[in-house]
Design a protein around this ligand. Structure first.
Ligand SMILES: Cc1cc2nc3c(=O)[nH]c(=O)nc-3n(C[C@H](O)[C@H](O)[C@H](O)COP(=O)(O)OP(=O)(O)OC[C@H]3O[C@@H](n4cnc5c(N)ncnc54)[C@H](O)[C@@H]3O)c2cc1C
Length: 503
């Protein structure tokens, strides 16, 4: 490639989590001959939520070379072993979506198939009981997984909870050290090239013009560049995902710091509880068709534990995705690309995977369409896979105590999701590939947790009579219970390794 065709000047628009995650990773990956400018407006605030994550974030931080203890202590962080879903299948029922595998596989057959065989003959223990993540979580304990692959405690994974503002600051410092320039200002105009429609520059309210070869739109839900300037449309998914509003509030702690997120279904949506070291993040996600903002605020405030520390913050959102994520010389990352409600904490992950996809498919100035199309295809597949997984939580409910839940239970769902449910209900199989974010164990947690179970034992199990299943299952449980007792509490682990230091 000739040097003249090389991208020399990148402009990132937006300084929320998406903007700073992008700036940090590009400053790490594009080591020389490049200038990166991030424009953010002090007048337009960031969304200010986004505090629960999923395990791949550890790989992202690892690629940045971030030290875990330093990161957790700077961002008021805690550890997350999964999500506890309360009142989703039915009121008063709960289940846990653990990170990592269940027990151990036998003879190349995943453990859950054996669990299902025993269930069919009367074993009442839920699948989650065979997950080391749940064994730790229910006792508020945490430590790093064992590196001994034979250990039952090698199979779990973990993620973090953290303060979104502190995370953005942390990445800001990281990116600044690696040469990223921050430009404060509100963009009032986007200039495009009349010949090819590429973005040439953005103009700030001060009149200052910022030129670039390549633009990354991290401007939030409005998508200032991709939508306003380049006209890329939004595909709405509200037919399947009714929630379009949230209220968020911070409170003090009154309980031990749990190593998991709670998701508590209500009459017209659900609430989150995210434990950080010095406070809780709480929120109510709901459908504005069924509930007013005032009622949502009251409901949240009356149901949170601890002292309310902040004014309740109302948030509006649209669920869906852009028709394209990359158009011309502009890629949208973050809320500008699309949004799926935070039920499985997937938004920061979508940001991270878009950044890594961009790094892998990094273009020249022409932005060859064949390259751009691949980015769009892969991102679309990722969004649709996550969409299906989130819809499953609503569809699989047996609640019929409100119009909201009755709609969810009977709504039409995408064929791709219906196919997964039908497939699983037969012999416990699922149609997944290595590229999918949510693996067998993740789907199994929600399917079995919400009482969708295979009608028959997978036929292969009839040929595997050698394993003493009742004996093996009970010895797995007693070994796990023994090991859990030796693991520190989550609070003690934090105190010892990564206590929050206010700067
Ligand atoms: C209720 C709720 C809960 C959530 N919880 C989670 C969670 O637990 N886990 C998770 O992974 N994700 C969660 N998310 C998603 C997460 O908050 C976002 O994906 C993440 O914060 C990224 O936001 P962003 O950077 O794209 O946009 P924003 O935070 O909105 O930032 C936009 C930036 O663009 C700038 N900007 C906008 N217009 C202009 C302009 N004209 N000129 C200059 N600058 C401009 C703003 O100043 C700002 O810096 C949640 C979202 C919602 C709505």
């Amino acid at each position: 490639m000739s040097e003249a065709n090389q991208i020399k000047n990148i402009v990132i628009v937006g300084g929320g989590s998406a903007g700073w995650m992008t700036a940090a990773m590009l400053s790490r990956q594009l080591e020389s001959n490049i200038s990166i400018t991030l424009v953010e407006s002090d007048e337009i605030s960031t969304i200010g939520v986004g505090e629960a994550t999923i395990p791949p974030i550890r790989a992202f931080n690892g690629m940045l070379g971030i030290n875990e203890s330093e990161f957790v202590s700077s961002c008021n962080g805690s550890f997350k072993l999964g999500i506890k879903f309360e009142n989703w299948a039915r009121k008063e029922e709960q289940y846990f979506h653990p990170f990592g595998r269940y027990a151990v596989d036998f003879d190349y057959i995943p453990f859950p198939y054996f669990w299902n065989k025993q269930r069919a003959v009367g074993n009442k223990r839920p699948l989650q009981d065979y997950s080391s993540a749940w064994q730790l979580a229910q006792h508020d304990r945490f430590s790093i997984p064992s590196t001994d692959k034979q250990s039952l405690f090698s199979g779990f994974e973990y993620a973090y909870h953290f303060d979104a503002g502190l995370y953005a600051n942390f990445l800001h410092d990281y990116a600044k050290e690696r040469g990223v320039k921050r430009q404060e200002g509100t963009i009032v105009k986007v200039d495009t090239d009349l010949n090819n429609g590429f973005i040439k520059s953005v103009t700030l309210a001060s009149g200052q013009q910022i030129e670039g070869d390549f633009f990354i739109d991290c401007s939030g839900g409005r998508a200032l560049l991709l939508s306003d300037a380049l006209g890329v449309k939004f595909i709405d998914w509200s037919e399947h995902l009714l929630c379009d509003r949230a209220v968020a509030v911070q409170t003090s702690h009154i309980k031990p710091i749990s190593p998991y997120t709670r998701s508590i279904a209500g009459d017209f949506g659900w609430q989150w509880r995210i434990p950080l070291q010095t406070r809780m993040g709480n929120g109510l996600v709901y459908s504005s068709e069924f509930m007013s903002e005032q009622t949502a605020m009251e409901e949240l405030i009356t149901s949170v534990d601890g002292k309310v520390l902040t004014e309740p913050k109302p948030i509006k959102f649209k669920v869906g995705r852009r028709e394209k994520f990359w158009s011309k010389n502009c890629v949208a990352i973050g809320l500008s690309a699309g949004f799926l409600e935070p039920l499985e904490s997937t938004s920061l992950h979508l940001i991270q995977s878009a950044i890594m996809r961009l790094v892998n498919l990094f273009p020249n100035k022409n932005c060859d369409e064949i390259n751009t199309d691949l980015f769009n295809k892969q991102t679309t597949e990722e969004y649709e896979h996550i969409r299906d997984f989130i819809i499953l939580h609503y569809k699989a409910t047996k609640r019929d105590d409100s119009e909201f839940w009755r709609y969810c239970q009977h709504m039409k769902i995408p064929d791709s999701l219906q196919n997964q449910i039908d497939l699983f209900s037969t012999h416990g199989h699922l149609d997944l590939s290595n590229k999918n974010l949510f693996k067998h164990e993740n789907w199994l947690a929600v399917l079995t947790g919400q009482n969708i179970l295979p009608k028959e034992v997978a036929p292969i199990l009839h040929y595997k009579q050698a394993v003493d299943l009742p004996g093996t299952l009970s010895s797995i449980l007693s070994s796990m219970e023994q090991i859990v007792k030796q693991v520190p509490t989550h609070e003690n682990f934090i105190k010892e390794h990564c206590q929050f230091v206010q700067k």
